[in-house]
Design a protein around this ligand. Structure first.
Ligand SMILES: C[S@@+](CC[C@H](N)C(=O)[O-])C[C@H]1O[C@@H](n2cnc3c(N)ncnc32)[C@H](O)[C@@H]1O
Length: 432
């Protein structure tokens, strides 16, 4: 027997993943995270407890006790990604990489009906593909039918291109597809035009916020009384007081850069080299294991960058409010603008210092995408919907399918991963 509606959120952060589930009518029972600020943000907004715990050391049976011993309906979570991220140095011995296996151990102990695992694309090539292959094999051996897919969350209406790896699994033997894409997108760097309407642009996402204040503690007001468009209306939902927090202009850094020289799409590289940061020069020259310059991999921080207002934003990370320049104004994005680009509504309250808050925002699963995933699994499960939305049928536990990239070419590292997964998809396990 599963506890029909229990959602357990691991590595729950500020609650982006959980908030989407809440919006879809599935209120999480509890979250777990090591960061006290994130836990406080979670509790304020999701409205259920967030236990401050180290999931790297806690025995999974402790979590089982917290569920009352009943298998949850779904476990959701995105273990930290710094160890895999292409936006930072990839380090196979980074202990945070092991946290994916702590997630697995908890799934093994709690045996939820469904799970959704989220991570960065760097996971696909970590440990020469062995990490993801081990994880996939272990989920199947636990009795799950799973699908793995790299998705760009802009296709679900997020005003930002954000590539993430998702693994969805169920123990009821249901064959299923991922939610279908709803939007085309183009951030200048990632694009896909599949005849669908464009995802909301950066301007559509933030222009209703109006001018930021100078004072950090000030509450600013919207640019207009009425929402300027559909996305703006969505973000204003529930904010009857019409006040906007966290919408202030950051202090100028001591290394003043002539950002007024940057046109949309231009980066620090387009400024005279005397304005390049030391760290930027180091990172831009770094090459990753498969020999592709990090800049070409799309993840290398490029210092400051002016975004296009008429396109989707680039991926919001913990550095976004430092590195991303407003399309027309000579300032970086505010924390509230970054929160909106991650689809957090304006009523979302944040706990902690500005550094902590932007990290919580950059780490999050956008609630809008999470809500689509939550509704999707509920429909497939038959809990609320017809249960026949997909071409589903009962199957034995297996890797139902995988999508590692939409590009025509693959790096040698990704080809390696594909070979490992294909072996599993065909039913043979090819492990070292
Ligand atoms: C990628 S974020 C998850 C964000 C979250 N899914 C959301 O939507 O807001 C990873 C989270 O793992 C937490 N974390 C890192 N190490 C941890 C550990 N050992 N135990 C528990 N949580 C940890 C971090 O504090 C961070 O909030």
């Amino acid at each position: 027997m599963h506890t029909e509606s229990l959602v357990v959120s691991l590595f729950s952060g500020a609650g982006g993943f959980s908030y989407g589930f809440l919006q879809a009518g599935l209120k999480p029972g509890f979250g777990v995270d090591i960061d006290p600020d994130a836990c406080r943000t979670y509790e304020l907004n999701v409205g259920s407890p967030c236990h401050e715990m180290d999931l790297g050391t806690i025995a999974p049976c402790v979590l089982k006790r917290m569920t009352g011993g009943q298998p949850p309906f779904v476990i959701i979570g995105g273990p930290p990604c710094q160890g895999f991220s292409t936006a930072g140095p990839r380090n196979a011995s980074d202990l945070r990489n092991r946290l994916i296996f702590n997630y697995l151990a908890i799934v093994e102990e709690l045996l939820p009906k469904w799970f959704i695992f989220e991570n960065v694309e760097g996971l696909l090539t970590s440990g020469k593909g062995q990490d993801i292959a081990r994880l996939v094999r272990a989920f199947v051996e636990l009795g799950y039918s799973i699908r793995l897919q790299k998705v760009n969350l802009a296709a679900y209406g997020v005003p930002q291109t954000r590539k993430r790896v998702l693994i969805i699994g169920n123990r009821i033997g249901v064959d299923f597809e991922f939610p279908r894409e709803l939007f085309s997108y183009d951030s200048g760097k990632s694009k896909k035009n599949c005849g669908l309407p464009m995802a909301p642009t950066l301007d559509e996402a933030i222009s209703g916020l109006g001018r930021p204040s100078i004072d950090k503690a000030a509450i600013s007001t919207y640019s207009t009384d009425e929402p300027v468009g559909r996305f703006d209306a969505l973000m204003r939902t529930g904010n009857s007081a019409m006040g906007v927090t966290q919408h202030f202009q950051a202090q100028e850094s001591s290394e003043k850069q002539p950002i007024e020289l940057l046109a949309p799409g231009q980066t620090m590289k387009d400024l005279p080299s005397e304005f390049w940061h030391e760290s930027f020069i180091r990172r831009a020259n770094r090459r990753v294991a498969d020999g592709t310059p990090t800049e070409k991999r799309g993840g290398a921080p490029s210092g400051i960058k002016r975004l296009h207002g008429n396109l989707q934003s680039l991926t919001i990370t913990g550095a976004a409010s430092r590195e991303f320049i407003h399309p027309r104004e000579h300032r970086s994005l505010t924390i509230r603008e970054c929160a909106r680009l991650q689809t957090f509504p304006d009523i979302y309250q944040w706990e902690g210092s500005s550094v902590s808050v932007i990290q919580q925002i950059g780490n999050a699963v956008p609630p809008l995408a999470a809500r689509i995933l939550a509704t999707h699994i509920q429909n497939i499960d038959g809990k609320f919907g017809s249960g026949l939305q997909c071409s589903q049928h009962i199957t034995s536990a297996k890797l139902l399918g995988y999508v590692l990239t939409e590009a025509t070419g693959m790096s040698p590292a990704l080809k390696n991963t594909e070979a490992l997964l294909e072996g599993m998809h065909q039913g043979s396990f090819a492990f070292e």
